[in-house]
Design a protein around this ligand. Structure first.
Ligand SMILES: Cc1cc2nc3c(=O)[nH]c(=O)nc-3n(C[C@H](O)[C@H](O)[C@H](O)COP(=O)(O)OP(=O)(O)OC[C@H]3O[C@@H](n4cnc5c(N)ncnc54)[C@H](O)[C@@H]3O)c2cc1C
Ligand SMILES: NC(=O)c1ccc[n+]([C@@H]2O[C@H](COP(=O)([O-])OP(=O)(O)OC[C@H]3O[C@@H](n4cnc5c(N)ncnc54)[C@H](OP(=O)(O)O)[C@@H]3O)[C@@H](O)[C@H]2O)c1
Length: 541
């Protein structure tokens, strides 16, 4: 597709687009109907249209009816799509594809694979752990368990086991399976007093770890649970902290071995053996994914022990029933070229109230409060798969990163500065309030004055009566954005996957359509082509 504006064309889907003739015909009809250009069309439900657009944006477009039988796409590969919709799109597909659809679709690598490779590894039975998908949580592990039952007894050889290739190397500190120890150096709050947010600039010493990284990579951290929560769990169990479990104490295992967040199905199953009557029925329902009292979503391990107070499980059986404590990953916000001795992160501390008890995000509050300077923590570098600066340093870049989404862009800017890259740099940053939440203000202003940051566009969502988000600012400068794209700019989005990334993408599509003078469908295709050429990259969570 040409980068210069052109008049609308009768066919929405270019001949060069990766569709069969039947798919193209169907898609042309769909878009004609969507944009009201013909009445001679079967109406398409909006949800189907949205899924199809998502597929197009992914470059997969597998949800067209003509493609239903083809297993060469993953139209569910969208982190904002609910699990039920993903499973519906995968219906009728081979088991590895349905296993993939059950994953959270972030390709975040926290499980040690990307979504497709984790699914393939489960299918090939080279990976047996069904609870590795951190962002998918209980919902994903439950669906995997259900799907895995199909696999039990099925002959993998008969079904042609796909190649499984773990994405990560296994050298020390290069995967979750082989972390190294690094020293926690410092934390500094990035919000000023009065802010509603608690976001921390974290520094970790890499000395002696042998680790390096490139900008765009993430950093994996193994956290420890809050000691007060551990104490409360021990009290609810009425178990001695020094009870021996596999060479460690119960206290130690509760501290860094198991997750105390959402209560797993296995725990309710265990509880059902230890109670009777109505309580037993409820525990059984909860173990099966039911919600007898409407509180299932908020039951963490301690909440479950309080709900079924008085049970005294054997500590070993109790630990067996819990999920392992998983590492969390954070976008690296520094450049190794600038400072090989340290790595920095930008971490939003997750704290929220449920029934007057403050719940803590385990890793973000570990980094944002519990770990002390000098402490040794287990870490690893998580290589980015498709999130990197352009190979050509002269290419312009556009970075859209509200909130903690700024993290990798601070790293990009440091790297472009250190390498004296001649390409122009444009950052869109936004947060709640300018006076309190302008992360790295001094650095960004200095980069702007030095000319490194060609443009800095800011959006404050709670400074006025109306919400101003980064995409509103993008609309205001749409003509310039289009012009940068025409100059070969690479465009990046980082931050919240559920709402922000979706909304930004849809405004970007509108901008391309408006300033490129083409129909929306062509703009969607244009964006898909940018994606295919690695000129449009996202790091969302
Ligand atoms: C590739 C990648 C890069 C990332 N980069 C960053 C980064 O740069 N900075 C950053 O801060 N994070 C980043 N994250 C997110 C990070 O990995 C963690 O998911 C995040 O810190 C929360 O982890 P936690 O252990 O603190 O919380 P957890 O213990 O995992 O708890 C989080 C869970 O709590 C629940 N929850 C949260 N808020 C509420 C609420 N208000 N009400 C009810 N339930 C709630 C949700 O279920 C949520 O999933 C990134 C994630 C990925 C995959
Ligand atoms: N579970 C939740 O409800 C929830 C809520 C917030 C954040 N989070 C998660 O917390 C983590 C860290 O968040 P963060 O500190 O990076 O930033 P954040 O809380 O996501 O907010 C950053 C900025 O983005 C704005 N924003 C909200 N919705 C947006 C949208 N649809 N489009 C564009 N901008 C939008 C926010 O405005 P306003 O807040 O003023 O609307 C704020 O100004 C992320 O993982 C995020 O997904 C979860």
């Amino acid at each position: 597709m040409s980068m210069t504006p052109r008049p609308p064309i009768p066919s929405f889907i270019p001949e060069s687009a990766p569709f069969t003739p039947e798919q193209r015909t169907w898609l042309n009809g769909l878009f004609a109907g969507l944009f009201g250009l013909t009445e001679d069309i079967t109406p398409v439900p909006p949800a189907d249209a949205a899924k199809l657009l998502a597929g197009l944006i992914d470059g997969t477009a597998g949800s067209a009816p003509a493609a239903a039988e083809i297993d060469d796409g993953a139209p569910w590969h969208d982190p904002a799509m609910p699990l039920a919709d993903r499973m519906q799109l995968a219906e009728g597909r081979p088991l590895p594809r349905r296993l993939m659809a059950a994953m959270a679709q972030q390709d975040c690598g926290q499980c040690g694979y990307n979504c497709k490779d984790y699914a393939d590894a489960l299918f090939a039975k080279s990976e047996k752990r069904l609870n590795l998908c951190v962002p998918g949580g209980k919902e994903t592990s439950r669906m995997l368990k259900q799907l895995y039952q199909e696999l039990e007894g099925a002959s993998v050889v008969e079904q042609v086991a796909p190649q499984t290739k773990p994405v990560l190397a296994t050298a020390p500190g290069r995967s979750r399976d082989n972390p190294v120890y690094a020293t926690f150096l410092s934390r500094r709050r990035l919000n000023k007093p009065g802010s509603e947010k608690e976001t921390w600039h974290i520094e970790i010493d890499l000395d002696g770890t042998g680790l390096d990284y490139i900008v765009g990579d993430s950093f994996g951290i193994f956290p420890a649970n809050d000691p007060d929560l551990v104490k409360a769990v021990l009290a609810a169990l009425a178990a001695p902290p020094d009870f021996p479990i596999g060479g460690r104490t119960l206290h130690e295992v509760l501290t860094d071995g198991v997750s105390l967040s959402p209560a797993p199905d296995m725990l309710f199953e265990l509880i059902s053996y230890l109670t009777g009557g109505e309580r037993r029925q409820k525990a059984k329902q909860l173990a099966a994914g039911g919600d007898p009292d409407g509180d299932a979503a908020t039951l963490d391990v301690l909440g479950a022990l309080y709900k079924f107070s008085g049970i005294r499980p054997d500590p070993e059986a109790f630990i067996e029933a819990l999920d392992p404590l998983q590492p969390r990953v954070y976008s690296i916000s520094s450049s190794h070229t600038c400072n090989p001795a340290r790595v920095s992160l930008t971490v939003d501390a997750v704290r929220y109230e449920v029934d007057e008890r403050t719940r803590l995000g385990v890793c973000s509050t570990f980094l944002g409060g519990r770990v002390a300077p000098g402490d040794r923590i287990r870490v690893y570098v998580q290589k980015a798969q498709h999130f990197a600066l352009p190979d050509d340093p002269a290419k312009p870049i556009i970075m859209i990163g509200p909130g903690t989404g700024i993290a990798p862009f601070r790293a990009f800017l440091q790297e472009r500065q250190a390498s004296k890259a001649p390409g122009r740099n444009w950052l869109f940053f936004g947060h709640q309030r300018r006076d309190y939440d302008f992360f790295y203000e001094d650095e960004l202003v200095a980069m702007r004055s030095a000319g490194l940051l060609t443009r800095l566009t800011l959006a404050w969502s709670r400074d006025a009566n109306e919400k101003i988000y980064v995409q509103h600012r993008m609309r205001e400068v749409g003509r310039d954005l289009w012009s940068w794209l025409n100059d070969g700019a690479h465009i990046y989005i980082c931050g919240d996957a559920q709402r922000m990334a979706k909304d930004v993408e849809s405004v970007l599509t509108e901008i391309i359509a408006q300033h490129g003078g083409c129909p929306l469908a062509e703009a969607v295709q244009f964006l898909a082509e940018l994606k295919a050429k690695n000129r449009y990259q996202t790091d969302v969570y």
